[in-house]
Design a protein around this ligand. Structure first.
Ligand code: IVH
Length: 668
């Protein structure tokens, strides 16, 4: 039985709409609908495709959430081959390249096109009749792996070209798939929390992701794409820069920083300016690529071996160096996490001297097979944090043994444990001096209680002398002023400065106090969200796992750790002492006389005339509070257009739902 006409039409309309939204969101960065609306459209499409399998299609946006798993990737031949680029590292080499090009072109003046060299994974795409039919890795340049289904999950890649003219319906496209640094960091943080292996850098993560056999897993990982080459049968194409314009008009993502350069000096200026600014980009680049702009000239210059004579990579100076791994020490964090640290022969890399670098955990060391005595490579990524990225096999002396994590905590001698599913070893002794110090340092640091005069060295002295055992002791430290003054390198002035700093910290708002307590998984932003919903320490301590998880950013992991913290008598005692010392343990008082006093609101959907921030400010000015999630404590849900799951939850709990007009009446 053929599908009814209206279903065929609806599916076509949904596909068109979703494709447009992907393009607006991922290429133009100008979304016009909310995530909830997008999800609703996608669900409708997937539902229809499930019911009418005969209408499924390889260019449907539903493919973005992951097609069927593949066992082995098929092999794809590249025609033309995927070339690589010769590298250069200095201005001299670049001027030499320019001389060579001029020499070969004779009287013609070359114009150059300079673009960024993306540090990702090279990809070849094929469009037939305007539809993406194949995507492959570079492989050896002649043949690579068919990873079409994985590439379809990249939202910035059009599954269907935008209004291609007949000449551009069948094209080959080359470009680079990559991950943004921020997304990469978030992914690694999550992997660390889940006890999974960490990726070394965004390029590695991209390469690993593209080789996954299950496209549904690939779809979970945020990848992007920039296109930098077009192949078509059209002989009228004239220049690389025009090709990029064509690619852009076909809906393909083209990086916006490419630039035509009149001569080699302006190419060098381009390189210099990006060498300085590379950190400002959300993705990694490892240099710039210089191309002769005219396609005629490119043809005349031709190719030698595997690289074209008309292009060259101009790399940035090394952010990578080799040095000796002298030892591996263990660092104990404030919640007892044991982190192995590489002790390196100091080496200058990416602008500073590096003597230590985190090795994250046991698996990281094992995966890289690092051994004490190895010559290792140290890299600085865009985040400027040095990483040990591998060892140099040729320089490994015979007889080195694999690293084994010691059985005992280096600070207190307790046995350390690695729990199932965790990547880290833990020292379970809460009295462990290393933990005590780290907790106090965390409590006092800039983003938390910001206590002047209480840095690492001071904390060490205070703990070693037994003046302070926990952070509550700081608030009785004034009783020991005489002893402080007598401390080595202290004196009256330093002692008073510290005591003033401690006194002053009592004015820090509740969210900072909460963060300073050092509850596992409660960072600055989670602390802020918690305070919005639970305006006092008692409210928070009394919350159940369910109450806590009404905050959307709080999952079972965070909830459990909060419950554990308040479940410890020791912690409750300390909080009691902090309260008595006069620390702020509740959110700022809100007007209690306002029209909305003691009323808690949840905002959802788009309001006709207020932004969320404005609505929040108005509610608070009238004495009300705004919670981030719907729970039974919420009095009203203020719902605008396209409200999603919060509205459903409110209905389920029988919470009153009001419109903006009704809200305006309430506040008069
Ligand atoms: S053009 C014939 N342009 O660098 C020229 N490549 O060693 C072929 N790459 O495998 C490449 N950004 O993965 C070109 N803007 C860019 C690039 C770029 C990164 C990578 C690409 C290629 C390698 C060349």
């Amino acid at each position: 039985m053929a599908a009814p006409e209206h279903i065929v039409k609806r599916i076509a309309a949904l596909r068109k709409e979703l494709n447009e939204h992907d393009y607006r969101y991922y290429v133009l960065a100008e979304p016009s609908i909310t995530d909830e609306q997008y999800d609703a459209l996608m669900r409708e499409l997937m539902d229809l495709e499930r019911r009418y399998p005969e209408l499924r299609s390889p260019d449907s946006p539903s493919q973005r959430v992951g097609g069927e798993p593949t066992k082995i990737f098929a092999t794809v031949r590249h025609d033309p081959p995927m070339l690589s680029l010769a590298n250069s590292y200095s201005e001299d080499e670049i001027r030499e390249f320019d001389r060579r090009v001029r020499g070969l072109l004779g009287t013609q003046e070359p114009e150059y096109f300079a673009e960024l060299k993306f540090d990702g994974v090279a990809i070849a795409l094929t469009y037939r009749e305007g539809v993406l039919v194949q995507g492959a890795t570079r492989g050896d340049g002649l043949q690579g792996d068919d990873i079409t289904n994985n590439l379809k999950t990249i939202r910035s890649l059009p599954l269907r070209l935008h209004k291609p003219s007949p000449t551009f319906r069948n094209i080959g496209v080359r470009g680079e798939a990559f991950m943004k640094r921020g997304d990469f960091d978030a992914m690694n943080r999550q992997r660390s929390a889940d006890g999974e292996r960490l990726f070394i850098n965004p390029r590695n993560a991209t390469a690993g992701t593209l080789k996954l056999q299950d496209p549904k897993m690939v779809a979970q990982r945020p990848m992007h794409f920039f296109t930098y080459a077009l192949f078509s049968g059209d002989a009228r194409l004239a220049s690389h820069s025009e090709n990029l314009e064509i690619l852009r008009s076909l809906g393909l993502p083209v990086n916006e920083h490419g630039k035509r350069c009149r001569d080699i000096e302006s190419v060098i200026a381009y390189w210099k300016s990006w060498e300085e600014r590379r950190e400002s980009l959300p993705y990694d680049i490892d240099g710039v690529v210089i191309k002769v702009n005219s396609l005629r000239q490119q043809e005349r210059l031709g190719t030698i071996a595997k690289s074209p004579r008309w292009a060259i990579a101009f790399k940035f100076s090394a952010r990578k160096a080799e040095t000796l791994l002298k030892g591996i020490t263990l660092q104990v964090g404030r919640v007892g996490t044991i982190t192995p640290v590489a002790e390196l022969e100091p080496v200058f890399v990416g602008g500073s001297t590096v003597a230590r670098a985190t090795l994250h955990n046991e698996d990281y060391i094992r995966d890289l097979d690092l051994r004490i005595g190895d010559t290792v490579t140290v890299e600085k990524g865009g985040d400027v944090i040095p990483k040990v990225s591998g060892y140099v096999p040729d320089k490994r002396p015979p007889g080195l043994v694999s690293f084994v994590i010691p059985a005992e905590c280096p600070a207190c001698g307790s046995r350390i444990h690695r729990l199932e599913g965790e990547a880290n070893y833990f020292c379970e002794n809460t009295e462990c001096p290393a933990q005590v110090r780290a907790r106090i340092e965390h409590f006092a640091h800039r983003g938390a209680m910001d206590i002047e005069g209480l840095g690492e060295a001071a904390v060490n002295q205070l703990v070693d002398l037994g003046l302070v055992h926990n952070y509550a002791d700081l608030y009785t430290l004034h009783k020991h002023k005489a002893e402080l003054v007598e401390l080595e390198r202290w004196g009256e002035k330093s002692a008073q400065r510290l005591l003033d700093g401690i006194q002053h910290s009592k004015t820090r708002p509740f969210n900072r106090v909460l963060y300073a307590l050092g509850i596992r998984h409660v960072g600055e932003s989670v602390a802020r969200l918690l305070v919005e919903q639970f305006p006092s320490i008692d409210a928070l301590a009394g919350a159940s796992a369910g109450d806590l998880q009404t905050i959307s950013a709080v999952g079972p992991r965070i909830a459990e750790s909060i419950l554990l913290f308040f479940g410890e008598k020791h912690n409750r005692d300390i909080i009691g002492r902090l309260k008595r010392a006069g620390l702020t343990m509740h959110a700022p008082d809100r007007p209690t006389t306002g029209k909305l006093s003691r009323m808690s609101f949840v905002l959802t959907g788009t309001l006709p005339s207020y932004t969320r921030e404005e609505a929040k400010r108005i509610i608070e000015a009238h004495g009300g509070t705004v919670a981030s999630g719907v729970s039974k404590n919420v009095r009203y849900v203020l719902a605008g257009e396209d409200a999603g799951s919060k509205l459903a939850k409110a209905k389920q709990l029988g919470i009153e739902i009001i419109t903006e007009d009704e809200f305006k009446t309430m506040i008069g």
